[in-house]
Design a protein around this ligand. Structure first.
Ligand code: UDP
Ligand code: MG
Length: 307
């Protein structure tokens, strides 16, 4: 009936408590279930701990990546392995409380194909990051045609049909929460307060967070390309008007410019900057075309346990 997909990257500190919390929640539901751990190239004891769990209980399964391929690749791999009627994706660190699976299944039985968890309050270690999260999700909403609900992560329950469609999407830059929103169907939110990490450190460095944020915008929106066009247009018009003003000053004899040197330099530099920005934006998309054309596998599964 139910599959739970959990990406794991160096989570030795939480594997034990995750296992017991899952059993506490899943057994009383009274439905058959499977838990698929996707070990995203952990270098700590996670691998051995997961194998121990899987070997003692056939309901627990594990995929081990050959190296770290990233959170979104791990979620994708897990979803491709599920065999059940509905699938839950959740983090290993208990920031996504397993208890919510019960409510999610209720909503699913009511006929929703996607039930996602929405954070009630901003999380994040500092004010700066909290503000960044807040602004990012609002900006993403403005920039795309897809209704990406703000303040949601990958924690959700999806119907089999949605999982199959997600798995059939060929793209390589996978921003799972965006693809999920893109697919549509009947979606609903459950509000929750996201607790702190149960143990261990976050696996998302600032660099990776920015990468994920960029993936979100670039995979759902053409706004950055349009931005280049708007900026180019704005600057062209502005510099034309500037030229007119200079000409009028010259004619009326009110010009105080030192033989036009300053204005020339400013205009040239400004235009050069804008051109560079535009080239950068186009390059970003070309980079993605390159990624898609390469058709490289999204991940390499070294081996699997119990699958
Ligand atoms: N994770 C992963 N691969 C990575 C980074 C993270 O599989 O390269 C997993 C991690 O083990 C956790 C989930 O993704 O289960 C979310 O990571 P984390 O809790 O560190 O992110 P945060 O909650 O701080 O945004
Ligand atoms: Mg976390």
């Amino acid at each position: 009936m139910l599959s739970v997909v959990i990406p794991i990257f160096n989570e030795e500190d939480v594997v034990e408590s995750l296992h017991s919390r899952l059993l506490q929640v899943l057994i009383p539901i009274g439905e058959s279930f499977e838990v698929i751990f996707v070990n995203d190239g952990s270098s700590d004891r996670s691998e051995a701990m997961l194998d121990a769990i899987c070997n003692s209980d056939p309901r627990f399964k594990a995929l081990h990546f050959s190296r770290n391929f990233g959170h979104q690749a791990a979620v994708t791999a897990g979803l491709r392995a599920v065999k059940c009627q509905c699938a839950v994706v959740m983090d290993a660190d208990l920031q996504d409380p397993p208890e919510m699976i019960v409510q999610m299944m209720e909503r699913w039985r009511e006929g929703f194909q996607v039930v996602y968890a929405q954070k009630q309050r901003r999380e994040g270690p500092n004010v700066f990051l909290r503000a960044a999260y807040y602004l990012y999700y609002r900006a993403l909403r403005k920039l795309t045609d897809v209704e990406v609900p703000p303040d949601t992560g990958d924690f959700c329950l999806m119907d089999r049909k949605v999982v199959d469609l997600l798995n059939a999407m060929p793209e390589r830059n996978r921003y799972v929460r965006g693809l999920r929103a893109w697919l549509g169907f009947r979606q609903t939110a459950i509000m929750f307060e996201r607790p702190a990490r149960a143990a261990g450190q976050t696996k998302y460095s600032l660099r990776r967070l920015i990468g994920l944020a960029a993936d979100g915008v670039l995979s759902l929106s053409k706004a950055p390309l349009r931005l280049a066009i708007y900026m180019g247009f704005f600057v062209s018009v502005a510099s034309f008007l500037l030229g007119v003003i200079f000409a009028i000053q010259q004619i009326t004899g009110t010009s105080r410019a030192a033989r036009g040197w300053a204005s020339t330099i400013v205009v040239v530099l400004f235009l050069g900057g804008v051109q560079l920005i535009c080239i950068g934006l186009i390059g970003e998309f070309i980079g993605r075309i390159y990624d898609e054309v390469k058709q490289r596998p999204l991940y390499v599964v070294a081996r699997s346990t119990g699958l």
